[in-house]
Design a protein around this ligand. Structure first.
Ligand code: NG6
Ligand code: CA
Length: 505
């Protein structure tokens, strides 16, 4: 990596003009879950205030319709499908190669301090070598460019249900060693044994599982995967937001005098939704809505911390989500009727006017709340520009005047003008990813055949014209075979080329 940043200015950190960057990232937060995007039944005053002071994008996207590929793409500027990245199992190794450029490495090159607080779900440990959770837990965020990390290592519905700070599990008692596995492991003498939801369903006192989530039961909630030991280190689901906010504030306070990049990844509003009791009942939508109110509170706390340190003016705050909304994602939490699986909306629609949500290739899968505030440089307003989180890397390279090596972040394009509100159009074309790919180009959207679930049969291709049919209600592929063919060919080329950002010639 050493010499690649030819133009990295020495001493850039001392320049008061260099902005801090904070990404506030929701989990499964849909376009329609935020007041500024039309939610009437979930009060989100803090996010709305952020939107009023910044640029609210209406065609802003996560790179994929699920968590791991979206996060992978945002942090590397490379599409997840190129690395075969899927939703990761509890004990999965680090999905980001340690020798490629990442967003935190880019900021570090410009003299920033870099930190991550919250959900990781990008895997930890080396391929083929199981992590020793009782020793140094790595490679992880510290090996891909973050200098500080405080994590929920996987997802809140997965083991291990412990926090990881740097390389160490927080509060781990060596007398109660921690083991993590996908399958039920051998007995671990001396370690705490948790109930197994398959044999002991009554142990699921907080939520019953509707699918999966029936392995180790922690805090009355069945999880994906098995763990043993680590009892003193167990997190409390109801105070997770408080813990992450505390860690974020600590990070901001410690770095207030130098440029910093903070990636704050909330567990809200992913299942199991366990808002703190003070947020329960704040909406009429059950814990899904209440968890969103909690996330709005977290957002407000971070904005207030920036304000308290006098950092508001020159801090870029990005608010977004990793994929669209989902209701029942594995627990009987009142979001669907258990017998019919019909969604219980109660007048709310998590994806707004867009079709589909999490896991799906329709707009609701990737079109998410997308707000950028930078009082010093961005005029508040609304932008209809087509933008994507995968382009942060190349755009920040431009902003920081760093040269982006041709072989790095090869799907990331410089969209700085769109992010700053100076280009109303944004991307001319864009790949979307779910159980297959789609290509947006102008008003057109071509969906290649999608697998039904992971590895399932493929659906026929589809074509929509979003300028007249934003809800993707009518597949018009039969009427426009030439258009579909051209878009399919363009998509194939982008896949075959192995890059979206044009190579220099
Ligand atoms: C799925 C889980 C779902 C959720 C998702 C990850 C089952 C049947 N489904 O495999 O509950 O955990 O993975 O969500 O287990 S994400 O937002 O982290 O991608
Ligand atoms: Ca997610």
């Amino acid at each position: 990596m050493a010499a690649v940043f030819a133009s990295a200015a020495v001493g850039v950190a001392a320049d008061p003009g260099i902005p801090n960057v904070v990404i506030i990232y929701g989990d499964d937060v849909g376009f329609g879950d935020v007041g500024a995007y039309g939610a009437k039944l979930i009060p989100t005053p803090n996010i709305d205030r952020l939107a009023q002071g910044g640029l609210r994008f209406t065609d802003g996207h996560a790179a994929a319709a699920t968590c791991t590929p979206s996060r992978f793409s945002m942090l590397t500027g490379v599409h997840g499908f190129r690395h075969g990245v899927r939703i990761l199992a509890p004990n999965a190794p680090l999905s980001i190669p340690t020798d490629i450029l990442t967003l935190p490495k880019l900021f570090a090159q410009a003299g920033y301090s870099t930190g991550v607080v919250g959900k990781w779900h990008l895997g930890i440990g080396a391929k083929g070598t199981p992590v020793d959770w009782n020793g140094e837990v790595k490679p992880g965020p510290l090996e891909i460019g973050f200098q500080r990390s405080f994590l929920l290592p996987s997802t809140n519905d997965r083991v291990p249900c412990v926090y990881l700070e740097g390389h160490r599990v927080v509060n781990l008692d060596p007398a109660d060693p921690l083991f993590v596995g996908r399958k039920k492991g051998q007995s671990h003498p001396g370690s705490t044994i948790y109930p197994d939801a398959r044999q002991d369903p009554a142990a699921m006192t907080f939520y019953k599982s509707t699918h999966g989530h029936n392995n180790s039961v922690i805090n009355g909630i069945g999880r994906i995967g098995y763990m043993a030991g680590g009892k003193a280190a167990l997190w409390d689901d109801a105070t997770m937001a408080d813990e992450f906010v505390k860690q974020a504030k600590r990070y901001i306070a410690a770095n207030k005098d130098r440029p910093f990049f903070l990636y704050f990844a909330s567990q809200d509003i992913h299942v199991p939704r366990v808002p703190h009791p003070r947020f329960r009942g704040t909406t009429k939508l059950g814990y899904r809505g209440d968890a969103m109110v909690q996330f709005d509170w977290s957002t407000g706390e971070i904005l207030q911390a920036l304000e308290d340190h006098g950092l508001t003016e020159n801090t870029i705050v990005i608010f977004s989500s990793d994929n669209g909304p989902v209701y029942d994602d594995g627990y009987d939490d009142g979001t669907t009727v258990p017998t019919s699986k019909r969604e219980v909306d109660r007048g709310h629609d998590g994806s707004g006017i867009w079709r589909g949500g999490k896991y799906q290739i329709y707009e609701g899968g990737t079109r998410v709340p997308f707000i950028i505030r930078w009082p010093a440089r961005i005029k508040p307003g609304t932008s209809g520009a087509l933008v994507n989180q995968i382009d942060f890397l190349a755009s920040f390279a431009t902003l920081l005047d760093l040269e982006l090596p041709e072989k790095e972040a090869r799907d990331s394009r410089n969209m700085l003008d769109a992010f700053l509100g100076k280009d109303p159009n944004g991307l001319g074309f864009m790949i979307e990813e779910a159980h297959g790919l789609a290509l947006r180009q102008g008003g057109w959207k071509y969906l290649e055949p999608q697998r039904k679930g992971w590895g399932g049969k493929k659906s026929p291709p589809e074509l929509y014209n979003l300028s007249v049919d934003p809800g993707e209600s009518e597949n018009i592929i039969a009427a426009h075979p030439e258009k579909a063919k051209a878009l399919a060919a363009q998509l194939k080329k982008l896949v075959d080329d192995g890059r979206v950002r044009p190579a220099h010639r």
